[in-house]
Write a protein that binds this ligand. Structure first.
Ligand code: ZN
Length: 208
């Protein structure tokens, strides 16, 4: 929803509700872990009231452990935190689990995929950033395909069942290749919200 018109969040929710999108991806930025600030709890709470799809909340914040309970309370169905922003990733995973919601872990494109190996068995989803966290509308980093392959190998080696999500620069052109490399969840911001028919774009992305 980072690419949506924030003055018309209710319209956005209705579009998402009527679309084939399974989740609504919500990007939270704190101005510390990333240079931008997006929005906080009151906005998520308002969106939750109108959106009947699961809120897939991606927190680009330092000290995620301090806020897990509040994100759960305002309606996150999945909470994905940055490995590199957490002093103790295991503790954050346990905390999210204890809230009874789904757990995701993510890394920026400059963090080795191998750091995720101890966690693939404990999370519901791994999000590989395909741009650097912090801004919408960036161009997809082509090296990401190798990182997706590496993650798939790690998941297989550990007999894990977590989903693979990618976030950043997803378009109609790269969506088929991403699915082919084993990605389960595509996050599309600008591609959807800049399309003349957002609902149709969602359908087109799913059917590539
Ligand atoms: Zn995101």
């Amino acid at each position: 929803m980072l690419a949506a018109d924030f003055a018309n969040l209710q319209d956005m929710c209705e579009m998402i509700n009527h679309s084939e999108a399974e989740w609504l991806h919500v990007d939270v930025m704190d101005g510390v872990f990333v240079p931008n600030i997006s929005f906080g709890f009151p906005v998520i709470e308002a969106v939750k009231k109108h959106c009947n799809k699961m809120l897939d909340v991606h927190i680009m914040i330092v000290n995620p452990e301090k806020y897990v309970a509040r994100f759960a309370k305002v309606g996150a169905g999945m909470l994905t935190f940055h490995y590199e922003a957490a002093e103790n990733p295991q503790q954050v995973i346990d905390q999210i689990r204890a809230e009874g919601i789904k757990v995701g872990i993510t890394i920026n494109p400059d963090v080795p995929v191998s750091v995720l190996e101890p966690y693939v068995n404990q999370v519901d989803m791994v999000l590989l950033m395909t741009v650097f966290a912090g801004y919408g509308g960036q161009k997809f980093i082509e090296e990401s395909y190798n990182r997706i392959d590496e993650l798939r190998e790690i998941i297989k080696r550990n007999n894990a069942h977590c989903l693979i999500e990618v976030d950043g620069g997803v378009t109609l052109e790269n969506a088929p290749k991403l699915f082919k490399h084993g990605v389960n969840v595509l996050v599309a911001g600008s591609t959807v919200f800049k399309a003349s028919d957002a609902g149709k774009m969602i359908l087109d992305l799913l059917n590539t």
